[in-house]
Write a protein that binds this ligand. Structure first.
Ligand SMILES: C[S@@+](CC[C@H](N)C(=O)[O-])C[C@H]1O[C@@H](n2cnc3c(N)ncnc32)[C@H](O)[C@@H]1O
Length: 401
């Protein structure tokens, strides 16, 4: 970034103008979409503007950035449109799926083929036709909680994926269905009629095609093709993975948002009619799950002292420390249900993982204290009980010790 004093070493600071735009971007409360961001509403995703601001503030085109808790792949999209290579890990198999679909710039031929395929579906989506049961996924329970007409329609659509020519086309089509499935089922009291589902499918396709075109143009504006390595694995297991060799350098910037302590987000299920939890997103995306909520949130809600949580943070960031550039920076967004004791424990875990905290002022930001941001309206807020004043997110900065 042209406005920073130094490029890659640990002393890099923002000049006043860059610092002001950094603070405005990081604290911006507008919901931001565009590009491929709304291909799927991944629970507790961070604002693209947050990722964009951190990436442009603390890395350069051609650098490798790393998000160890990749989730819905916001960092992949923002990294690639800024010309950065992106490394990501997540325990959820949905995450690499979303990184591939949202992060692969499909060309016009591919998009035209998917549109033609979708327009040809109408004859196959007649509910009077015999069902096409997908026995393997059905037996494994992935369709649990999906009401009959929607399930049958989804089965019809998935059965026609064979008519597409390539995996990227098929995954793009799966993502359209995923997005419509989420619209129809997740956190809905009334399930839409099959006819509404079918028309939503075509509307969503049009929207996703437009987003993909915008994304492709932004990615192709860079001369060099950036790489994405998105792995389904716990962050702690990243060191030693052979895929690391596919990247041109070590990550200089880590931008991430881990699961929050004591906040149990349903990352891996749709909540149908307010009660039933459905693993259907994995079925639609064609990836396997089989894990419980504690797997995705670093521990069980019954363990109030959160020792599994803090061990998970320590082990994950120790791995981050091993793979990243020793002169790099970690910027993370985290919130605390009970900040009085959870924040010191969190900082201890980071220290034990081999990091030292960097205060905003040391990066050129005009603040005498830590940087907190308030973003009301996000779904995880509802999970924070008690004093809403504590329901703020903290932007933490760390450097390898
Ligand atoms: C707050 S979400 C990240 C959202 C992401 N920033 C986005 O914009 O979509 C936290 C993610 O951490 C993942 N996660 C939980 N434990 C993990 C672990 N041990 N290693 C890697 N990822 C993990 C969860 O599956 C979830 O996707």
């Amino acid at each position: 970034m042209g406005t920073a004093e130094a490029t890659t070493d640990a002393t890099r600071t923002l000049d006043p103008e860059a610092a002001a735009s950094f603070l405005a971007g990081v604290c911006d409360q507008r919901p931001v979409g565009g590009y491929t961001h709304n291909f799927y509403r991944y629970p507790a995703r961070f604002s693209p503007l947050f990722a964009r601001t951190v990436i442009s503030g603390f890395s350069e085109p051609g650098d490798v950035i790393f998000d160890p808790f990749l989730g819905g792949a916001t960092s992949v999209v923002e990294g690639r449109i800024a010309g950065r290579h992106v490394l990501g890990t997540d325990v959820s198999s949905l995450s690499p799926f979303l990184a591939r679909v949202k992060g692969t710039a499909l060309g016009e031929e591919d998009l035209a083929r998917v549109v033609e395929w979708a327009n040809g579906l109408s004859g196959c989506l007649n509910l009077h036709l015999p069902a096409v049961r997908d026995r393997e996924w059905q037996r494994a329970g992935y369709q649990k909680g999906v009401p009959w007409p929607i399930r049958k329609t989804m089965e019809f659509v998935l059965a026609r994926l064979v008519d597409l020519a390539t995996d990227p086309q098929r995954e793009f089509a799966r993502c359209v269905l995923l997005r419509v499935g989420q619209w129809a089922l997740d956190c809905r009291d009334r399930i839409p009629r099959a006819a509404d589902f079918r028309s939503q499918l075509l509307d969503t396709l049009t929207e996703l095609v437009a987003g993909m075109r915008e994304y492709r143009e932004a990615v192709e504006a860079h001369e060099t093709r950036s790489r994405v390595v998105a792995l389904q694995c716990p962050a702690a297991e990243l060191p030693g993975r052979p895929e690391l060799a596919e990247l041109p350098a070590r990550p200089k910037l880590v931008v991430t948002s881990p699961p929050y302590p004591g906040v149990y987000v349903l990352y891996h299920r749709w909540k149908v009619r307010g009660r039933k939890e459905s693993p259907a997103p994995f079925w639609v995306a064609g990836c396997h799950d089989g894990m419980g909520q504690s797997y995705y949130c670093f521990g069980d809600r019954r363990h109030a002292e959160l020792s599994d949580y803090f061990r998970g943070i320590r082990e994950s960031f120790a791995a981050v420390r091993r793979v990243m550039d020793p002169g790099g920076l970690v910027v993370q967004l985290v919130a605390f249900k009970e900040p009085d004791w959870q924040l010191p424990r969190y900082l201890d875990a980071m220290r034990e993982a081999g990091f030292r905290e960097t205060m905003p002022a040391d990066l050129g930001l005009p603040l005498g204290e830590r940087l907190w941001r308030s973003v009301p309206g996000r779904r995880w807020f509802a999970l924070i009980q008690g004093d809403l004043a504590t329901a703020k997110e903290l932007v933490l900065f760390h450097r390898p010790a």
